[in-house]
Each structure stands twice: as structure tokens, then as C-alpha cells.
Design a protein around this ligand. Structure first.
Ligand SMILES: C[C@@]1(CC(=O)O)C2=NC(=C\c3[nH]c(c(CCC(=O)O)c3CC(=O)O)Cc3[nH]c(c(CC(=O)O)c3CCC(=O)O)/C=C3\N/C(=C\2)[C@@H](CCC(=O)O)[C@]3(C)CC(=O)O)/[C@H]1CCC(=O)O
Ligand SMILES: NC(=O)c1ccc[n+]([C@@H]2O[C@H](COP(=O)([O-])OP(=O)(O)OC[C@H]3O[C@@H](n4cnc5c(N)ncnc54)[C@H](O)[C@@H]3O)[C@@H](O)[C@H]2O)c1
Length: 200
């Protein structure tokens, strides 16, 4: 067992049902577009309100395919936080970020401040997606570029037929009779070769 004091990587990964949440994004520039597309590539039906006093044309164009995204063209107002579950800050104003972060903390709203790990309650990850398989990658904030390269690497080596395998396993999972222990035993047996074949 690793000693608690030795664990330096303390991030706890979860997979959010973003479409169930109300999201506020502040900032409509390059970084705003990057964070917005990161969310919508995964959860296209998400309700995202984007507040910015200036929107780049690319972001206006991009949101046309996403009817649940609302662009609000004006400066941020603290009332924008009302009824929000999740906030992402992506302006070019670090003082504004710090003052918004103070309020989100008071109001128990989770907040990500782009490019400012110390102010983040959570980080965005680099994502590998093949059908129902999704892998979130983090480098504990050390190197987003490394996270991107790991995504490319994993995307390359994960077989394209992984969805077929998942569909088959789902069928097997549904069809197994017997108690819970028996179910685990059968599922471990049928998936064993997936791991062992790669090792040999
Ligand atoms: C994964 C990804 C998700 C996403 O954003 O969608 C993501 N950054 C991505 C790309 C990327 N970001 C940056 C570069 C330029 C090169 C470089 O700096 O490396 C590149 C690479 C590129 O674009 O090629 C700049 C940058 N980013 C952060 C800082 C501040 C700092 O580190 O102090 C600076 C310096 C700003 C400056 O110089 O001023 C901080 C964070 N970026 C994170 C996530 C979180 C940690 C994730 C982890 O644990 O690894 C964290 C902590 C917070 C957060 O933003 O959530 C996405 C990859 C998507 C993909 O798969 O392609
Ligand atoms: N562009 C990049 O790839 C990159 C890389 C590393 C770091 N950064 C840093 O990240 C920050 C953002 O970069 P960017 O390229 O998205 O900048 P940008 O100038 O394109 O966009 C900034 C956005 O913030 C909005 N904004 C500023 N003050 C606001 C307020 N009070 N209320 C509402 N909206 C407000 C602006 O209207 C604009 O939409 C900058 O500080 C930049 O130095 C950017």
C-alpha cells in the first residue's frame, strides 16, 4: 500500500453527465472556444451560457450547430452565476478570474480557470473516444502537451472494433444467469484473453 504522504497525484477522475448541468463559460476568445468545443465534442446537448463582451467569429460560427448554447454579449455580471452548477473562466483578465473564483467557492459552484491550475477545482482532461469507450487523460497539470500526445498514442493503438467487443460483452453480461459472483467469474473469464494476448 502506498503511504498517504507519498501520494502526489491526488486528482479524482469522474465522468460527468454534463447535459444534466447548467454551465457558465466566461470568455469568447480562442481559449473560450477551446473549452467550449472540449465540452460539446463530448456532450453536444449541454446547456452552456457563454458570456463575453466580445465574441470571435469562429465561436459564433461554431455554436450554430448547438441550439442549447446561448451567447450573451456583454461584460460578466455576478448574477450570471445564478443557477449554475459548473463555471469555466476563459477571459484575458486574471483579476476578474480571481474575484469570480472567490464567489464560486462561497456558493459551492465548481470552477475551472483556464491556464490557472491553482484556481481550478477541476481540470479538463485530454479525451480518447472510440464508441462507448472513453478515456480521460491527465498529467496532474504537469504537461497538457504530453496529455495531447498520450491521446494520439492511445487513439492509434486502440482497435477500431472495440465497439463490437463492448456490444458483445453487453449481450453476454445480460445473458449470464446465476448470482453476482458467478457473473463476475464468467465476465473475467471471457475478457481474460484481451489482456493476456497483448502481453504475449
Ligand atoms: C487536456 C487539455 C484539455 C482542454 O483544455 O481541452 C488541457 N490543456 C490542453 C492543451 C494545452 N493547453 C496549453 C497548451 C500549450 C502548451 C503547454 O503549455 O503545454 C496545450 C497544448 C496544445 O494546445 O497543443 C496551455 C496551458 N494549459 C494549462 C496551462 C497553465 C499551467 O500549466 O500552469 C497552460 C500554459 C498557458 C500559458 O503558457 O500561459 C493548464 C491546464 N490545461 C489543462 C488541460 C489542465 C491540465 C491537464 C493535465 O492534467 O494534463 C490545466 C491544468 C487546467 C485546465 O485548463 O483545465 C488540452 C489538451 C487537449 C488535447 O487532447 O488536444
Ligand atoms: N490563445 C491561446 O492559445 C492562449 C495560450 C496561452 C495563454 N493564453 C492566455 O489566455 C487568455 C485568453 O486568451 P484568448 O486567446 O482566449 O484571448 P481573447 O482576447 O481572444 O479572448 C478574451 C475573451 O475574454 C472576454 N472578456 C474579457 N473581459 C471580460 C469581462 N469582464 N466579461 C466578459 N468577458 C470578458 C473577451 O470579450 C474575449 O471574448 C489570455 O490571457 C492569453 O494570454 C492564451
Amino acid at each position: 500500500m502506498q503511504n498517504n504522504q507519498e501520494i502526489k497525484n491526488r486528482l479524482f477522475p469522474v465522468f460527468l453527465k454534463l447535459e444534466e448541468l447548467n454551465v457558465l463559460l466566461v470568455g469568447g476568445g480562442n481559449v473560450g472556444l477551446e473549452k467550449l468545443s472540449a465540452m460539446l465534442n463530448n456532450s453536444p446537448d449541454s446547456c452552456v451560457t457563454v458570456v463575453a463582451d466580445f465574441f470571435r467569429d469562429e465561436i459564433r460560427e461554431y455554436v450554430k450547430g448547438y441550439p442549447k448554447v446561448v451567447l450573451v454579449e456583454r461584460k460578466f455580471d455576478f448574477n450570471d452565476l445564478n443557477d449554475k452548477d459548473l463555471v469555466i473562466l476563459a477571459t484575458d483578465n486574471p483579476d476578474l478570474h480571481a474575484s469570480i473564483k472567490r464567489v464560486t467557492a462561497e456558493r459551492h459552484i465548481l470552477c475551472n480557470v483556464a491556464d490557472t491550475p491553482d484556481l481550478c477545482d477541476f481540470y479538463l482532461g485530454s479525451i480518447v473516444q472510440k464508441g462507448d469507450l472513453k478515456i480521460g487523460i491527465s498529467t496532474n497539470g504537469k504537461s497538457p502537451t504530453m496529455a495531447k500526445r498520450m491521446r494520439e498514442f492511445l487513439d492509434d493503438i486502440i482497435p477500431e472494433n472495440i465497439q463490437q467487443l463492448l456490444d458483445n460483452l453487453r449481450e453476454i453480461r445480460k445473458s449470464i444467469k446465476g448470482d453476482f459472483q458467478e457473473k463476475i467469474r464468467v465476465l473475467n473469464e471471457v475478457t481474460e484473453s484481451m489482456v493476456n494476448e497483448r502481453k504475449s
